[in-house]
Design a binder for this molecule. Sequence first.
Ligand code: IVH
Length: 680
Amino acid sequence: MDPLDRINQLREQIRHHENCYYALHAPEISDEQFDTLLHELEQLEVEHPDLVTPDSPTQRVAGRPTEGFATVEHIAPMLSLGNAYNEAELRAFDERVRKGAGLGDGPVPYVAELKIDGLSIALTYEGGRLVRGATRGDGVRGEDVTANVRTIRPIPLILKKGPEGRVEIRGELFIPRASFARINKDREADGEPLFANPRNAAAGTMRNLDPSLVAKRGLGAFTYQLVMDGPAAPPTHSAMLETLRGWGLPVERHYTSCASIHEAVAFCHSWADGRQALEFDTDGVVVKVDDLALRGRLGTTSKFPRWATAFKFPAQQAHTTLLRIAVNVGRTGANTPYAVLDPVLLAGSTISMATLHNAEDIARKDLREGDTVVIEKAGDVIPRVVSPIISLRPEDARSWVMPATCAECGSELRRDEAEVVWRCENTSCPARLRRSLEHFASRSAMNIEGLGESLVDQLIAQGLVHDFGDLYRLDGSQLEILVVAPKAPRSERAVSRKLGKVGRNVAEQIDRSRQNDLSRLVYALGIRHVGEKAAATLARHLRSMDAILDSPLEALQTIPEVGPVVAASVRAFADESRNRALVTKLARAGVNMASLQPPMDGGAPGPLAGRTFVLTGTLLTMTREEATDAVERLGGKVSGSVSRKTHYLVAGAEAGSKLEKARTLGVAILDEDEFKRLII
Ligand code: IVH
């Protein structure tokens, strides 16, 4: 057969099988058979490079990592959805629809769909070929993530019976639960921070500039909207979904046409528990008016369509046994009780622990060890114990009293009059050291990437680190030989895997952190009540570590925005000889002890002097801290909320209400590129 014919035949077959597998969930051949086809095509394309086309199934990852994402404008705003939290609110939505459409009492047909917990995507096809993929961004403008979208297998590069012109299709990208578990296991083994939930993992993945990495993450996609006018447009939402499916696009298969709101309500109830069995996370049901002409009449508000609402599932609850109450020790020595539970499946994960806040809370809820308790999980929030089930209380259930001594080192616990927290005051308590080191290395403090929980544990266990200063004595080879011991080892290989390259990177990161601005170091020391902002103010006013530690209480209190509590806490820290010795050790290790920022008064005012900025959304090429540093270095101020006094709003990806407010108030809005031009 002519190579071109065979290539075309193979492409046709591969596209067909991709559609069967990813969109229809009905594979017709085995994975091996599929790989054989793909391999043959790859081989032929190597032999005939002139026959390679960009839409060949082999070309999902092409080119090198991008420098950044371009901003693109959506053809129509990508809106959000109003919410309904119970049946009454769903009926109220139906009422509004009927009133808005002047329908009286007659039933309105709806389509009920699962609400996919991922991130929205707008796909543009031209002549049936995928030409663009864009994130929602602020709803009006998003990021061009075409190179990343092309790697997502359920999204066809060519539509089956594609429409002639240009169409936009919208849907949701997500990470299936199985891929999520795999990604986090790999990250744990590599000492990288874990993603909190599949939605964050999907959003983080799409922000990646390297498409080959995106390809490995196994993203899924469902489409639910075709933005199209004219006579060829389908008349109903259900017809639209079938059109999308007919074009080879993935459509979530559980959607149902409902003759009236009653059926939609029943659909919502049926999925509250049923959703656990799905391969992906869903946080509700979207109820949409089926008739598209009626939708047009209903229109939208500035934020939501009037023809759809999102029914949100209630927080999921489960019953289990409270085996015992244990105590965790934090960085400041706070001893916090938590519940050890008989492991139970809740919202797709096994829960064996839950927060309990403090001893008062336990007493107020009358929780006893041995009780059957109700636990609850809403979104990605850590599970909490709601209440005991008194009728199931065993006779030997034990009341709990807060221990008088530290759970880690046995020192006596103290608490201030005004506080509910019991603290261990032993500064060499191992638990405090562990948490302090994690804080010291964290992103807003010294920003030592890779120095996370498991590495810190090992450094302490092996006696290599007793305080912050010891970090700067470590060398690359010591870190390199440390062995990662994942909590749930995947294989022998994972257990015995050497930190190797990761170790060397951490060593470089530690070295780099010597150059940090003083404000980071002040925050990293973990002085009580000294948060990021207070640390920055102290550093900019007093200019050096010595000046901070030697300033009398009165002098500290005269600094704007430093209150009596912060001032007293800094003094108490400085008066402790152990702390002084620690700072000296850090200075000897070459850690910068001076402010690198322009002085607060005196000196030339920066080019942004008198300008107030508000940052919102996610910036792609810098962290919030870096953006704040940059504004402040140039004399500007960063504030947390938008008001008439705000000069600029910097809007990153997924900007929300602050952006709306800035628009209403007529505040100048900068996207990331514009902002960067201002600070360079
Ligand atoms: S329809 C005009 N259908 O939920 C709004 N949205 O909370 C059209 N989402 O931004 C959205 N599953 O990203 C629709 N089946 C579904 C959905 C869905 C997930 C997301 C979408 C939207 C967000 C609103």
